[in-house]
Design a protein around this ligand. Structure first.
Ligand code: NAD
Ligand code: IPM
Ligand code: MG
Length: 362
């Protein structure tokens, strides 16, 4: 393993964010020890915590720290405490979306992997998951209806604009086809081309990009059908390519197939090696502060950071293996437990995974 000294901006945020982040940092410390690498971690406020401390959801110091870092490890933001604020000032729109835009994080990878040990935790019938499930949602993250203008409100009328440029569709499609090449060589592109003009362009451009990838099979699917097919026959999917909003919705659905939102990590990538890594779920106000949140999505997000931003594929794999080993031993947080499992909290789950990373000398 080459000597490495990477700088990580740690933005834990709100709700369960700080609780699960503590466990991800613990696992990264185990990686340092085992692989002889060094990470410099610097924490900064973001979201509601930043609103409380600095009066803005995304303070300048936080953006500066991110700029000086090699990657961002993000927790989650938002919660009932800040819901009274105007929408643009709330943590999600005031911090998360600007961060994605500022750093050009256009490619959001959300792998939904059903660990064989957790097939029972999925709401799907076990026979639908036989042989496991490994789907990745490739979501366009800096365009579409989230960012299109005009958007606004005029009294009782409110509007958003769904706009996509050819270049935006082309670059995210390439990410999806490249991902498929290293997997099962199937891309399902999601659109609503029967209704939306922007989606007609989406389908056209994805079809053009596919010509450069004759080894990858492309299927187009309307989003409503895709939502249904995901629960009917999830194994038909390998790479799901979608725009910003459809990808948001389908990735939560895909996450739940794995048993819990607490299992789904994500990587938001810019051109080059910079990225932001965060669980796909939110700040879970209903369980925050109770020490029961599942830290695995945050820990696996850190693992994705090691792979995609730092090229530490082996260390990434070591974390996935450690998670599998702890699940093999029957330890579960409440969201993925069933009778007979050993129920543990956030802290113990993190400690056990970190111990496995340290123990499996590779
Ligand atoms: N990336 C982000 O920061 C992000 C993402 C989604 C939602 N949010 C925000 O989070 C707040 C709450 O949103 P929500 O309730 O709709 O979605 P949520 O994802 O926070 O929670 C949905 C459900 O999943 C459960 N859950 C989520 N993560 C879990 C974990 N690690 N372990 C166990 N259970 C877990 C929660 O307890 C809840 O029952 C809102 O303000 C929302 O805007 C932020
Ligand atoms: C909190 C919200 C802005 C965010 C999104 O819609 O992108 C979240 O749902 C996600 O999936 O990361
Ligand atoms: Mg979402």
């Amino acid at each position: 393993m080459p000597a490495m000294n990477k700088r990580i901006a740690v933005l834990a945020g709100d709700g369960i964010g700080p609780e699960v982040m503590e466990q991800a940092l613990r696992v990264l410390a185990a990686v340092e020890q085992r692989f002889g690498v060094t990470f410099k971690t610097d924490a900064a406020d973001v979201g509601g915590a930043a609103l409380d401390n600095h009066g803005t959801a995304l303070p300048r110091e936080t953006v500066d720290l991110c700029r000086e870092s090699d990657a961002i490890l993000f927790g989650s933001v938002g919660g009932p405490k800040w819901e009274h604020l105007p929408p643009e000032e709330q943590p999600e729109r005031g911090a998360l979306l600007p961060l994605r835009k500022t750093f050009g994080l256009f490619a959001n990878l959300r792998p939904a992997i059903v660990f064989p040990q957790l097939v029972h935790a999925s709401p799907l019938r076990e026979d639908l998951l036989e042989g496991g499930l490994d789907v990745v949602v490739v979501r366009e993250l800096t365009g579409g209806i989230y960012f299109g203008t005009p958007k606004g409100r005029e009294g009782d009328k409110a509007f958003d604009t769904l706009v996509y440029h050819r270049s935006e569709i082309e670059r995210i499609a390439r990410v999806a086809f490249e991902a498929a090449r290293s997997r099962n060589k199937r891309v399902t592109s999601i659109d609503k081309a029967n209704v939306l003009t922007s989606m007609v362009l989406w389908r056209e451009v994805v079809t053009e990009v596919a010509r450069d990838y004759p080894d990858v099979e492309l299927t187009h699917m309307y989003v409503d059908n895709a939502a249904m097919q995901l629960v009917r026959e999830p194994r038909q999917f390998d790479v799901i390519l979608a725009g910003n909003m459809f990808g948001d919705i389908l990735s939560d659905e895909a996450a739940m197939l794995t048993g819990s939102l607490g299992m789904l990590p994500s990587a938001s990538l810019a051109e080059g090696s910079f990225g932001l890594y965060e669980p796909s779920g939110g700040s879970a106000p209903d369980i925050a502060g109770k020490g029961v949140a599942n830290p695995i999505a945050q820990i696996l997000s850190a693992a994705m950071m090691l792979k995609y931003s730092f090229g530490l594929d082996q260390a990434c794999q070591a974390i996935f293996d450690a998670v599998a080993a702890v699940l093999d031993e029957g330890y579960r947080t409440g969201d993925i437990a069933r009778p007979g499992d050993t129920l543990i909290g956030t802290d113990e789950m993190g400690r056990r995974i970190a111990e496995k990373v340290s123990a499996c000398a590779g």
